[in-house]
Design a protein around this ligand. Sequence first.
Ligand SMILES: C[S@@+](CC[C@H](N)C(=O)[O-])C[C@H]1O[C@@H](n2cnc3c(N)ncnc32)[C@H](O)[C@@H]1O
Length: 323
Amino acid sequence: MARTRHDRADEGVLQEHVDRLRAADHVLAWVGGEVQRARAARDEAIREAVAAGLSLRQIGGALGLSAEGVRATLPPGSAKYDRLGATYASTRQADPRVQAAIWDALGDARSVVNVGAGAGSYEPPQTILAVEPSLVMIAQRPSGLAPVAVTTAARIPLPDGAVDAALCSLTIHHWDDLDAGFAEIRRVARRVVIFTWDQQVYRDYWLVKDYFPGIAAYDDERAVPIARLAEAFPGARVIPVPVPHDCTDGFLGAFWRRPEAYLDPLVRAGASGFSTVGDQETEEGLQRLVDDLGTGEWRRKYGHLLEQDAADLGYRLVVADWE
Ligand SMILES: C[S@@+](CC[C@H](N)C(=O)[O-])C[C@H]1O[C@@H](n2cnc3c(N)ncnc32)[C@H](O)[C@@H]1O
C-alpha cells in the first residue's frame, strides 16, 4: 500500500523522538559509568586511608559523612578487621616454624581453600581460593596469592567437594556463625586444618594472667573450646604448636620471652586481644608491666622462660578428615 505524506511526516517525528531518547540514554549510561568509577575510587581511597591509620571519624570529616556513614560504605562483616587490620602487614609476618607445622598438617592436600585468610599469612601455594570479609586485610595481601572471595565462612563460593582441604588460621574465634562455617567446610572440603588455641592452657600465660586479666576473661568467652571442635569434626587430632622465642608473627603470645615488646603500641595494635580491653585496663596493665620490669619482679617470676627456646602457650592445630 502506498505511503501518504502524513505517514512520512510522522515517521520523521518518531525518529526524532527515538534519537532524543537514545541520546538521553547514552548520556545517562555515561554518567552512570562515571559515578560507578568515582564510587570505586572513593571506596579505594577510604580503604587506603583506613590502612594508613586514619580513623573513620577523620575520614568522615573529610567526606562530610558520619563515622557510621563511612563504615556503611565498607562491606558487611569487614568493619571489625578493617579497624584491627590496619597495621597487620607490619606486625604479622608468618613465622616459618609455625608455617611448617601448618603446611605439614595439610599433608597431601593438592587444593586448599583458606578461610579467614586475612593478609595471606600461612597460605599454602596450593590454595585455589581465599575467603575473607575485610577489604583492609585483602588490600594487604601480597600479589601472586590465590584469588579472594569477599565473603565469610558461612558462604564459601565453591561447589561441593571442590577442595582437598580447608585451612582456618587464627580466625574461627571471629566467626559470628561457627555452625554455618563448619557446615560449609564439610561441604566443600575433605580435610580441615584449624590453627587456634586452647584457652584452658592460654589462661595461664603470664601476660594475661598478671597484667591483662580482661583479655583472659574476654577470651574465655570468644575462644572456641577444643572439645567443641572435636565434636564438630569427629576423630580430630590435636597437635600442640610451641611458640618460638623469636616468633615473627606478632599474635598475642608471640612475645612471651620479649616482655618489653608489649609496651610498643604497634605490637599491641597487631594482636586483636588488646582491642578487647578498655584504655584504662591497658594503661594499668602496661604500668604494672613497666614497674615489674623495672624492679626485677618480672624476672624473678618468669626469668626461667629466658632459658627456653619455645613455649607451649596453648596454640593448637586441630586436624580432621572425612569422606
Ligand atoms: C587474626 S586474622 C587471621 C588471618 C590469617 N588467617 C592469619 O593467620 O594471619 C582473622 C581473620 O578472620 C577474618 N574473619 C572474621 N570473621 C570471619 C568470618 N565470619 N568468616 C571468615 N573470616 C572471618 C577477619 O576479617 C580476619 O582477616
